[in-house]
Design a protein around this ligand. Structure first.
Ligand code: ATP
Ligand code: MG
Length: 391
């Protein structure tokens, strides 16, 4: 495997943010530093819309750094680079060595050059032409294809000269922390971790709330949600996870409300609790993993009734997605294997036999009047919450 001297990171969208650009760049740099700090000593610096990551000692494993960097929002391309002296002989020697490592025989190639240092004697097209010629002479069985090459040799002339032949796709999006904070209602299922990931990708920091119905749901179900939050945190950064005891409220709903409205009423109270937790933690919106028509509590009519319980905006990034599409993302972000572990959720332990698919809001509001001490129960549940910082 080719040694990696340094990793160049390119950011796309954030370069377009005009006066906000410094803020975005600072956040991105902070996020990269704090994630890499956990795996070793790296230098992380920025120049000309590029971030440079270099190892500072032998603890800094560049392969491991690549894995971490692939999950940081705001990065568009990740380029593992070999450094060399800033003259054409060294550059050609390095490029030829890189190409030779790719079993080049019978393959097509192209050179792309970028001269950031204008003092370098050749301009970008001249570098590409000269280097292309030298590679063609030195490596057997190669041919040039400028439109669709199998091997793309990149050269960048900056403070030093850099050569790379692979450009890894980054996680895209915007650096977490550049777009405020939202609260994800996190169950143990497939959907909610994906929903959290999608909002976080746009630069939003996450607060998470999980409702736990001990002893009807086990400690293992709680551990599972903590594991999911950890997996999400690799993308979303630090998450404060509120685990809220929900049994008492759930039993009161079962005792006092019509059976066919249990799930919708439960959802409405979950939303009210999550809204209160959000206000206390400067989070501006709620996020759920709901998608239209997935189950009875997610028909259009049910979603309207759930929404009505809170005044905060509710983001549902999966609203128009099929389960299959959600599963694809869940596998990509590596939460799927944890999500499919068997577990009980408070929504699945007391499922009404005939849930209303077209609930009537007035009937629900009327039914909720039977929960005469609900405000105190909500306060109590919040007071008894357990808070974990997951990173
Ligand atoms: P899946 O549908 O894959 O089982 P899910 O997370 O979508 O998982 P649903 O029962 O469909 O589970 O719940 C819809 C949404 O309600 C979830 O996406 C989640 O945002 C919220 N939710 C459900 N149960 C809980 C819970 N115990 N704690 C916090 N939020 C929950
Ligand atoms: Mg669901």
């Amino acid at each position: 495997m080719q040694k990696i001297d340094l990793i160049l990171l390119k950011y796309g969208e954030i370069a377009l943010k005009g006066l906000n650009k410094p803020l975005f760049e600072r956040k991105l740099l902070d996020n990269i530093k704090s994630r890499l700090d956990r795996i070793g000593k790296f230098s992380v610096r920025r120049a000309q819309s590029t971030v440079y990551v270099e190892p500072l000692d032998e603890t800094a494993d560049m392969q491991q750094a690549l894995k971490v960097l692939k999950k940081i929002f705001g990065i568009v391309n990740i380029c593992p680079v070999v450094k060399c002296d800033k003259d054409m002989d060294s550059i050609a020697r390095t490029a030829i060595q890189c190409v030779n490592e790719l079993s080049p025989s019978g393959k097509t190639f192209k050179v792309e050059a970028k001269r950031e240092d204008k003092k370098f004697p050749l301009n970008s097209p001249q570098i590409a032409r000269e280097l292309g010629g030298r590679i063609l002479t030195a490596v057997d069985g190669l041919s040039v294809d400028v439109h669709n090459p199998e091997i793309l040799v990149n050269v960048e002339i900056r403070q030093e000269a850099y050569v790379y032949t692979s450009k890894i796709k980054g996680a895209g999006g915007m650096p977490v922390g550049t777009n405020g904070k939202s609260t994800i209602l996190l169950s143990g299922g497939i959907d909610s971790p994906v929903a959290g990931y999608m909002i976080s990708k746009r630069g939003v920091e996450l607060e998470a709330v999980h409702f736990h119905s001990h002893p009807y749901t086990s400690d293992r179900a709680k551990e599972k949600v903590i594991d999911l939050a950890k997996e999400m945190a690799e993308y979303c950064g630090k998450i404060r996870l509120h685990i809220v005891p929900f049994t008492e409220i759930q039993l009161a709903i079962i005792e006092k409300c019509p059976e066919n409205y249990l799930t919708v009423i439960m959802r409405r109270i979950m939303m009210r609790i999550a809204e209160k937790i959000s206000v206390e933690n400067n989070s501006a919106a709620l996020i759920t993993g709901e998608s239209i028509g997935q189950v009875a509590s997610q028909t259009m009519e049910s979603l309207v009734c759930t929404d009505n319980a809170v005044s905060m905006p509710v983001f549902r990034p999966l609203i128009g997605m099929d389960k299959e599409e959600i599963v694809t993302i869940s596998k990509k972000i590596e939460t799927y294997e944890t999500s499919i572990l068997p577990y009980e959720d408070c929504c699945t332990i007391f499922v009404p036999k005939h849930p209303k698919t077209k609930p009537n809001l007035n009937e629900i509001i009327e039914a909720e009047k039977a929960l005469d001490n609900i405000d105190e129960m909500i306060e109590k549940a919040i007071n008894e919450e357990e808070i974990l910082i997951v990173k």
